[in-house]
Design a protein around this ligand. Structure first.
Ligand SMILES: O=C(CO)COP(=O)(O)O
Length: 150
């Protein structure tokens, strides 16, 4: 029998889309508004502003990606302050801030943060029960790395 006493966890969900992917991101976000409304949303500058308009929900907006927004997000991830990243990055266009994009993707792997880079993965993520559960992804043990002998 389902346990209705289970507490729904409000996740910190970061949403980012490159320019050619913004239409897709807005359409996806609108479709998933009911679930997104249950979480705390973050976004890089332009993506965040557009999401606020489309969803009529509050979004914590960082700087625009090329101006440091990806790095701000990476910093929040390293500090354990983001639970999920949905990043529709553009595989067909070079970005002026490509090193920042790579750094953000890398930090998600370093800190075991669920990261969706296309709509299908984003759908799988939002439909997972884990989106509402206490899932400690930011628990990677780096003691061996930190204690290594130089
Ligand atoms: O460039 C981005 C991510 O790399 C996104 O930035 P904006 O949301 O400001 O367009």
């Amino acid at each position: 029998m389902a346990d209705f006493r289970k507490i729904l966890v409000r996740k910190r969900v970061a949403l980012v889309a490159h320019d050619n992917k913004k239409t897709e991101m807005m359409a996806w976000a609108e479709q998933n508004r009911a679930i997104l409304a249950q979480h705390q949303l973050y976004g890089t500058g332009t993506t965040g502003r557009m999401l606020e308009e489309v969803l009529d929900l509050p979004v914590i907006k960082l700087l625009s990606g090329p101006l440091g927004g990806d790095q701000q997000l990476g910093s929040l991830i390293a500090e354990g302050k983001i639970d999920v990243l949905i990043f529709l990055w553009d595989p067909m266009a070079a970005q002026p801030h490509d090193p920042d994009v790579k750094a953000l993707l890398r930090l998600c792997v370093v800190w075991n943060i669920p990261m969706a880079c296309n709509r299908a993965t984003a759908d799988f993520m939002l439909s997972s029960p884990l989106i509402h559960e206490d899932y400690e992804s930011h628990q990677t043990d780096y003691s061996a790395y930190l204690n290594r002998k130089m």
